[in-house]
Design a binder for this molecule. Structure first.
Ligand SMILES: Cc1cc2nc3c(=O)[nH]c(=O)nc-3n(C[C@H](O)[C@H](O)[C@H](O)COP(=O)(O)O)c2cc1C
Length: 366
């Protein structure tokens, strides 16, 4: 029997199994980020589906910036009561829930022109072409504090931990990246300097939530383009995160909308795989740091997941689109019904009516 359905710990959190719902923006919150009945229902279904750890969709940490419509908010104390209801609901099914916190930045076309969008430097995002405002040190301090305050609220709301979104070309990822970060002060240049923003955020959060509260970090394995963040950089970042006391690292990449184009290709000495896009990258890191490593991206087949668990130190597996297609997937697998999930990885799950599987799951469309 594989270890996948055995309990395990991330920091002081005990999970009933090794499956994680990867952070998935639902586009179902109100305009100002508050909870709706639809959102509560999404989380109830995931918890009933026996997901060990549910990571929320990304929540914005300052009122004036959000990269997408209908995302959850965590920018003031007005959210605490409704999130207490959410965490209680999830805990009632013996699942754990962590809130993902993000500052979006230029990887957005949402309401561009109507707000100031921060960036490390004035370098347009490669996909959206959105140009941000190079942050002053005061603005850096403001965002660092905002991450910490949002984490304090998450703790007061009963979340079991927080996840810092440092992947997918969002603001923190851009600071880490030598392509997006052209700064000449102590936040740019060397990798040590490029890591400073993330580390300041981590340290400030830790101050407010205490030594025991789980803090997870989602990272990009590599930016997969010349001049971008390399896997060698990410390996160093992971070691640093381990040394400062981060509780788990999620190894991701910014390819899920376009994965079929890059699966099988080699970057930084490793190959993007069909089943578990970043498993080779995660496997290396899992040998190098003594922390739970979570792999995410392209996991749909329990046999492949078992194989990764058996042959690497990766012991946690996060899924996003498969759980949109089939929120009860983990329960089904645990009951021995092991067919692959009905997810075609078409990434059509983002709709104006909320994010759901338009191929296999039409009932949320109403
Ligand atoms: C609709 C949708 C919303 C997403 N929202 C987020 C998010 O809020 N935060 C995040 O880190 N990743 C987000 N992702 C990326 C996923 O967490 C995951 O990294 C990616 O989809 C690859 O995993 P999969 O192959 O299991 O879908 C989102 C993906 C989708 C499809």
């Amino acid at each position: 029997m594989s270890t996948l359905f055995s309990p395990a710990r991330i920091g002081n959190m005990t999970l009933k199994n090794r499956f994680v719902r990867s952070a998935t923006w639902e586009n179902m919150a109100t305009e100002d980020g508050h909870m709706t009945d639809k959102l509560y229902a999404v989380y109830e279904e995931l918890a009933k589906g026996e997901v060990g750890l549910i990571v929320t969709g990304y929540a914005n940490i300052v009122a004036e910036e959000k990269p997408n419509a209908g995302m959850m908010g965590m920018y003031n104390d007005s959210f605490i009561a409704e999130y207490q209801k959410l965490t209680k609901l999830v805990h009632g099914f013996d699942s754990k829930i962590v809130m993902q916190l993000a500052y979006g930045g230029t990887k957005t076309t949402y309401n561009v022109g109507e707000r100031v969008i921060f960036a490390p430097s004035a370098v347009a995002e490669r996909g959206t072409q959105t140009l941000g405002k190079a942050m002053t040190k005061d603005e850096i301090g403001y965002i660092v504090k905002a991450f910490a305050e949002a984490s304090r609220r998450a703790q007061e709301s009963g979340f079991d931990g927080v996840e810092i979104h440092a992947a997918h070309t969002y603001l923190i990822n851009q600071f880490l990246s030598p392509y997006y970060n052209q700064r000449e002060d102590e936040y740019g240049g060397s990798l040590e300097n490029r890591m400073r923003f993330l580390l300041e955020i981590y340290v400030e959060i830790r101050k407010l939530v205490g030594g025991e509260y789980p803090i997870l970090v989602k990272l990009t394995a590599s930016e997969f383009f010349d001049g971008g963040l390399t896997f060698a950089d990410t390996r160093v970042i992971c070691k640093k995160l381990e040394s400062v006391g981060v509780d788990a690292i999620i190894i991701s990449g910014n390819i899920h909308g376009n994965a079929s184009a890059v699966v099988g290709e080699s970057f930084d000495g490793h190959v993007i795989q069909q089943e578990g896009y970043f498993r080779e990258y995660g496997a290396v890191i899992s040998q190098e740091v003594n922390l739970p490593i979570i792999t995410v991206g392209g996991l749909a087949d329990i046999c492949a997941i078992e194989e990764i668990a058996a042959t690497t130190n990766i012991q946690y597996f996060a899924l996003s689109r498969p759980l949109l297609a089939e929120p009860q997937l983990i329960k089904r697998w645990s009951e021995g019904r092991r067919a692959e999930v009905d997810c075609e990885r078409c990434s059509k799950c983002r709709t104006k009516r909320g994010n759901f599987c338009v191929v296999y799951k039409k009932r949320n469309a109403a």
